[in-house]
Design a protein. Structure first.
Length: 169
């Protein structure tokens, strides 16, 4: 039998946003160290944006979003498995397939959000991108948005794996 955890709700996401916003710069560095220890591939995938000509300020946006995603998922499901390179690669492939479906007219942007398993979290990320003017079409923004969506999808996959392994025991 396949088990699915409920999506993270608005209250959980708001709590995560407030938590991250309450941290000092030093505490954020420490929190990122915690993420690096628990989910090294997710952490490194955001840091790797620096090698892809993404500015430090945009990588900082990526790290802020990563911290919110990480906190929200770990608050919702205390025991997540390691996000693997394969999970990240699958998420990237899934994003490419979704963009092709949208480009071909098979799927609308609104419909893609509506069917997304973590639609509230995705909506928060979309709003963050708009508020911080990260949506203008340029390679740097596209790389940042693609990477954050990939990380979000991988955390979602890890949550799905955790939900099913809980019921296996």
């Amino acid at each position: 039998m396949l088990w699915i955890m409920k999506p993270i709700d608005k209250a959980g996401i708001a709590q995560s946003i407030n938590f991250i916003q309450s941290l000092t710069a030093e505490e954020k560095i420490e929190y990122c160290e915690n993420i690096r220890e628990l989910q090294p591939y997710a952490f490194l995938s955001v840091v790797a944006l620096l090698q892809e000509d993404v500015s430090v300020s945009n990588v900082d946006h990526g790290m802020n979003l990563l911290m919110v995603i990480h906190h929200a998922f770990y608050s919702h499901c205390r025991s997540l498995p390691l996000i693997t390179v394969d999970m990240l690669r699958d998420a990237l492939d899934g994003n490419a397939a979704m963009m092709q479906s949208i480009g071909r007219g098979w799927l609308s942007h609104d419909r893609s959000v509506a069917i997304y398993p973590e639609k509230i979290m995705l909506t928060v990320i979309i709003c963050y991108i708009k508020v911080n003017n990260l949506g203008s079409p340029c390679k740097e923004n596209e790389r940042l948005i693609t990477r954050i969506k990939m990380v979000l999808d991988a955390y979602g996959k890890a949550k799905h794996v955790a939900a099913n392994s809980i019921w296996l025991h």
